[in-house]
Design a protein around this ligand. Structure first.
Ligand SMILES: Cc1ncc(COP(=O)(O)O)c(C=O)c1O
Length: 381
């Protein structure tokens, strides 16, 4: 199977809980639009209204000129996270680059980051040329040892809220307990966890025992649950002023007015809806059905909409065999992941119907039988 058979596929319309390619409709499990709002009338109308008033492009660096929509989005992001200030970048990737480069100017700074952090975080840390070490994924013993080793430095601990490749949440309560002992700065990339909870807030709300104000910097992407494109950082006013001075912020044109309007409308809609209920029901149903079929759910946490399938057969082969029966999932293949960790990623959305979740589980189970080996497939290891 060629690279081009798997990637850069052309879709004939938006990708949601279904997809359309070459005239064929698929059950789709690849969209990170977790609340299924990408095609919602209210959000599309907000984006179209923004185009009418502000045009299709900002056409100027947002550092100097911007539409009032930006202020609305920044204010809504602050409300969700109960933090002081925020700023918008052209992507989640550049948000991490800009924010981390801004923190590198802090005296004697040293980064400790989870080994499974997103590529943008690792690239950003490396490009600062400051000292850094990775700790084993969610491993509090190793993090504690490193905090002891590096006492006296200004430590910034960086994690993701919900790990995008495996579907597990950061062990926030333990990190916050360490923070009380070691007094470091906590930076959490919430690209996948922002608004993923019963109250549609940040990851701290998922662990409701975690005190407000425990996270110092939140970064994230507008391209997941906020159904747009762009990135953001939320922090104290002082820190945001510093981040606005980053090269990634100053020397880049802002995202389009319609992208901003879409996320504003999305947050408005979410704050007044019970859409999380349907997403939670789908996650619980999928989890239960997988359990009934002896499918190992591995690292994915209870509230997580992200699941992974680790096949023993070549991953690309399983991907294709699911595609053949009309099921589209995301292959995470080498070199994006180590060869022995190749996997398929399943993203559950609010709009998935029960029969679609059944179809996915039943197909995985039937492939397991087709391989004539009950252990041939595992959902997560
Ligand atoms: C954890 C994490 N951070 C950052 C990003 C980058 O976000 P964007 O796609 O908006 O550049 C992603 C994207 O997949 C992500 O999963």
């Amino acid at each position: 199977m060629n690279f081009s058979d798997i990637y850069f596929k052309e879709h004939e319309r938006y990708i949601s809980e279904t997809a359309l390619m070459n005239g064929k409709k698929y059950h789709s499990f690849i969209s990170a639009d977790y609340y299924s709002l990408n095609t919602h009338t209210f959000i599309k109308q907000a984006a179209m209204d923004a185009i009418q008033t502000y045009g299709t492009s900002l056409s100027v660096g947002q550092f100097s000129d911007r539409s009032p929509l930006i202020k609305q989005l920044e204010a809504r992001l602050c409300t969700v996270s109960s933090m002081e200030a925020s700023c918008i970048f052209t992507s989640g990737y550049t948000a991490n680059l800009g924010a981390i480069s801004a923190t590198s100017k802090i005296d004697n700074v040293f980064y400790l980051y989870d080994k499974l952090c997103h590529a943008s975080i690792v690239s950003a840390i490396k490009s600062t040329k400051c000292g850094s070490e990775a700790f084993a994924h969610n491993d509090m013993t190793e993090l504690t040892a490193k905090l002891n080793t590096h006492q006296g430095k200004t430590i910034i601990v960086i994690t993701e809220g919900l790990y995008s490749a495996d579907g597990d949440f950061v062990d926030l309560p333990s990190i916050v307990a360490l923070k009380e002992r070691y007094d470091f700065m906590l930076y959490v990339d919430e690209a996948h966890s922002f608004v993923i909870s019963s109250n549609q807030k940040n990851v701290a709300q998922i662990f409701n025992e975690v005190a407000a104000g425990s996270i110092d910097i939140i970064s994230g992407s507008l391209s997941k649950a906020l159904c747009s494109t762009g990135g953001f950082v939320i922090a104290s006013s002082k820190m945001i002023d510093r981040i606005r001075m980053s090269r990634e912020y100053i020397f880049s044109t802002g995202i389009t007015p319609s992208n901003i309007a879409a996320s504003v409308a999305c947050l408005e809609l979410l704050s007044a809806s019970d859409r999380h209920q349907k997403l939670a029901e789908n996650i619980a149903y999928f989890r239960q059905k997988a359990k009934e079929n002896n499918i190992n759910l591995g690292m994915s946490n209870t509230l997580s909409p992200i699941f992974t399938i680790f096949p023993n057969k070549p991953c690309a082969e399983l991907y294709q065999s699911l595609l053949d029966v009309g099921i589209l999932v995301q292959p995470l293949l080498y070199p994006a992941v180590p060869k022995e960790h190749e996997r398929l990623r399943v993203l559950i959305n609010a709009a998935h119907e029960t029969h679609q979740l059944d179809a996915l589980i039943d197909s995985v189970v039937s492939k397991r039988h087709a391989y004539n080996n009950a252990d041939a497939l595992e959902l997560n290891k």
